[in-house]
Write a protein of this length. Structure first.
Lengths: 316, 261
C-alpha cells in the first residue's frame, strides 16, 4: 500500500520533470519552426470618410464614381474571409460631407460602421458639427467605442460613453488602443465643443502608451489620431508624435486627408520603428497593415518593430 | 534521493512557467498598403439597415436641377470665383430679405475651408450645392470695430498672401484690399475708405462668428441679427430664383483682393 503510494508519487514527479524539461525544449523547437508559431494581425483603417456612404457623383471633378463606404464594406468582407485576425479602425471625421449627414445626423454612418465590425474610432473635429449634444444623440447607433484620450469632457454622458483607452485580445495578441484629437479652439466653434478640454497630445499619449505597454503588457500599441499627418511648423502631427514617442508601434492618422503611397517608418526616442499611415479621405482608400508576430525571446522587455521589412511597402 | 528529485523538478517546472509567462509577442515583420477604392470594388447593399430607403428619400430631393452654370467656379487665393459668387449672393439675399437699414451689412466674410467642392460648369442640382456647402451653418450679422476690425483686416492679409492649400484666401464681398508685401495699402468698405473709428456690420456664419477657422476677433463682437437662414439654403434659393427667371449662373474676377509683389 505504502509502496504503491510511493510509486504513484514517483510517476507524478517523473511527469512534472518531463513537463518541466519538455516545455522549454518545445519552445526552443518553435524558434526553428517560426512559421507555425507566428501570428498575424491585419489592421484595416479608414479616416475622414465624411459621410461618403455612396461613391462620389459621376460628374465629380476629381473622383468621379470613386470611393464610398459601401465599397469599403465589401472589400473588408473579402479580406475578413482571407485573414483570421482583422482589426478595423477609423481615425475620425466620420460626419459631414453628404446630405446623409444633414438629413440623418450621422446615425446612418454609425449604423453602417457597426455593421462593418469596427473595433474603435476616435472623434475628429467634424464629429462635433452638431455639437456635443448632436453627437450624443446618435452615439447609441455605434456598437464600437470612441477613444478620446486627450479630450476631457465636462458632459457626464460623454465621459461615460467615450473611453481613454481600450485593450482587446486577438488570437493571443494583446492590443492596446489610445485615441488623440486635434485642438478644438479655432477649428470648432466654442458653442459646439462647449467645456471640452483639450489635453496636450504628447503628454497624454506618453502616459497611456506607457500604461498600455508596461502595465497592461500589450504586445501592440496602436494610436488612433486625428492630429494630422505633417505640418510645416512645430504643430504636433503624427510624424512628430512618432518621433517623440516611446511605446507606440502604429499610428493610424487622419484630418489632413493625406494619401500616402506607402506607410512611413519613423524612429522613435528609443530608436525603435513606428509605423505611421493615413488613407486619404471620403472613403476613397482603405489602409492595410499586416503585422507578423513572433514569440518574444524574453531578452528584451519591450517589443519593437525594428525588424520591419520595407521592401514590400507598396501601393497595390 | 526522492526529495532532491522532487525539489529539482519543482525548480524546472517553476522555470518553465516563468519563461512562458514573460513571453509576449513582438512584431517580426510588417507590410502596408493603401488600397484605392475604385469602380472595381463592388458595393455592399446594407439590406439589414434598409440603406436603399434612406438613399431614395435623399436622391429625390438632391437630383433636382435648379439652374445652369456657365463657368466652373473654384476657390482661390487671393481671389476665387466660388468665394466671390457665394459671398456676393449672401449679401444680396440678406439685403433683400431684411431690408431695414439697421441690418444692412457693410461687407461679408466667409471661409474657403467651408466650401468643400467646386461649382461645375453645366446643370446645377441641389445635391451639388450640398457638396459645396455641407455644413448646417447659418448667417449672422455682427457689429465689429476698432481692434477687432484691425485684426480682421490683418487676417485677410495673412490668408491672402500665403497660398498653401485650398483653404487659403478669404471669400469677401463689399470689401476691397490692396496688399503690398506685408502692408495693406488700401482698404475700401462699401466703396468708402476704411475708417478705424467706425462700427461696421459684417455678414458671416455662426461657425466663423464663434471663432472658427481662427477668426478669434469675432468672439467679442455683438450679434446684431441672427438671420436663422442656413448659408446652403440661401445659395440654393438664390440660384433657383435666377433659374426661374432664365438667368444662368456666371461670375468673373474683379480684383477685390490684390496682392502686389
Amino acid at each position: 500500500m505504502a509502496e504503491s503510494k510511493f510509486s504513484n508519487r514517483r510517476i507524478f514527479i517523473k511527469k512534472i520533470v518531463l513537463a518541466g524539461i519538455s516545455i522549454p525544449i518545445l519552445n526552443s523547437f518553435s524558434f526553428l519552426n517560426k512559421k507555425t508559431r507566428s501570428k498575424k494581425i491585419t489592421i484595416l483603417h479608414t479616416n475622414d470618410m465624411h459621410s461618403h456612404i455612396d461613391s462620389f457623383p459621376e460628374n465629380h471633378s476629381r473622383h468621379p464614381g470613386m470611393g464610398g463606404m459601401r465599397r469599403i464594406a465589401s472589400l473588408v468582407k473579402k479580406i475578413r474571409s482571407e485573414e483570421k485576425n482583422v482589426v478595423l479602425i477609423d481615425a475620425g471625421d466620420i460626419f459631414q460631407g453628404t446630405p446623409y449627414f444633414n438629413k440623418f445626423k450621422g446615425s446612418l454612418e454609425l449604423k453602417i460602421m457597426s455593421s462593418m465590425g469596427y473595433i474603435a474610432s476616435t472623434m475628429g473635429n467634424h464629429d462635433f458639427d452638431n455639437g456635443i449634444n448632436g453627437f450624443k444623440e446618435v452615439l447609441h447607433h455605434a456598437n464600437f467605442p470612441f477613444i478620446c484620450s486627450n479630450y476631457e469632457f465636462s458632459d457626464s454622458e460623454m465621459i461615460k460613453k467615450t473611453r481613454k483607452y481600450l485593450v482587446r485580445e486577438m488570437d493571443g495578441i494583446k492590443i492596446g488602443f489610445l485615441g488623440l484629437g486635434i485642438e478644438l479652439e479655432g477649428l470648432v466653434g466654442k458653442d459646439y465643443y462647449g467645456e471640452t478640454k483639450y489635453l496636450d497630445p504628447l503628454n497624454t499619449s506618453n502616459y497611456w502608451s506607457n500604461y498600455l505597454k508596461n502595465k497592461e503588457k500589450c504586445d501592440l500599441v496602436i494610436c488612433i489620431s486625428h492630429l494630422g499627418h505633417k505640418y510645416k511648423n512645430n504643430k504636433i502631427s503624427d510624424l512628430r508624435l512618432a518621433k517623440l514617442s516611446k511605446n507606440i508601434d502604429v499610428i493610424i492618422g487622419g484630418h489632413t486627408h493625406t494619401f500616402l503611397e506607402k506607410a512611413k517608418i519613423i524612429k522613435n526616442l528609443e530608436n525603435k520603428n513606428v509605423i505611421v499611415n493615413q488613407a486619404g479621405w471620403g472613403a476613397l482608400a482603405l489602409g492595410r497593415i499586416d503585422l507578423e508576430f513572433s514569440k518574444n525571446n524574453g531578452k528584451s522587455n519591450s517589443l519593437s518593430v525594428s525588424d520591419v521589412s520595407k521592401k514590400n511597402y507598396a501601393k497595390i | 534521493m526522492v526529495k532532491i528529485y522532487y525539489k529539482f523538478s519543482i525548480l524546472i517546472a517553476t522555470y518553465s512557467i516563468l519563461t512562458l509567462s514573460c513571453q509576449g509577442y513582438k512584431i517580426a515583420d510588417a507590410n502596408s498598403y493603401i488600397i484605392d477604392i475604385d469602380k472595381n470594388v463592388s458595393e455592399e447593399e446594407f439590406k439589414e439597415i434598409e440603406l436603399s430607403k434612406y438613399r431614395d428619400s435623399i436622391s429625390k430631393e438632391m437630383d433636382k436641377v435648379i439652374n445652369h452654370c456657365s463657368i466652373t467656379m473654384e476657390v482661390g487665393c487671393p481671389e476665387g470665383l466660388l468665394g466671390d459668387f457665394i459671398s456676393d449672393l449672401s449679401i444680396l439675399y440678406i439685403r433683400k430679405k431684411f431690408p431695414k437699414n439697421e441690418f444692412n451689412p457693410d461687407f461679408c466674410i466667409l471661409n474657403n475651408g467651408g466650401f468643400r467642392s467646386t461649382l461645375n460648369k453645366g446643370s446645377i442640382t441641389i445635391g451639388d450645392i450640398f457638396q459645396i456647402m455641407p455644413f448646417d451653418n447659418h448667417l449672422l450679422i455682427l457689429e465689429i470695430k476698432g481692434k477687432e476690425m484691425n485684426d480682421l483686416i490683418k487676417y485677410i492679409k495673412d490668408k491672402s498672401t500665403t497660398n498653401i492649400s485650398r483653404k487659403s484666401g478669404v471669400p469677401l464681398s463689399g470689401i476691397r484690399l490692396k496688399i503690398s508685401g506685408d502692408k495693406v495699402n488700401r482698404c475700401m468698405i462699401s466703396n468708402k475708405m476704411y475708417n478705424p473709428l467706425k462700427t461696421y456690420k459684417v455678414l458671416t456664419t455662426n461657425y466663423l462668428a464663434s471663432g472658427g477657422d481662427d477668426m478669434i476677433f469675432f468672439k467679442n463682437c455683438k450679434t446684431l441679427l441672427n438671420t436663422k437662414l442656413l448659408l446652403r439654403d440661401v445659395i440654393i434659393r438664390y440660384i433657383e430664383e435666377l433659374g426661374k427667371n432664365n438667368i444662368k449662373i456666371n461670375a468673373q474676377f474683379d480684383g477685390r483682393v490684390q496682392v502686389l509683389q
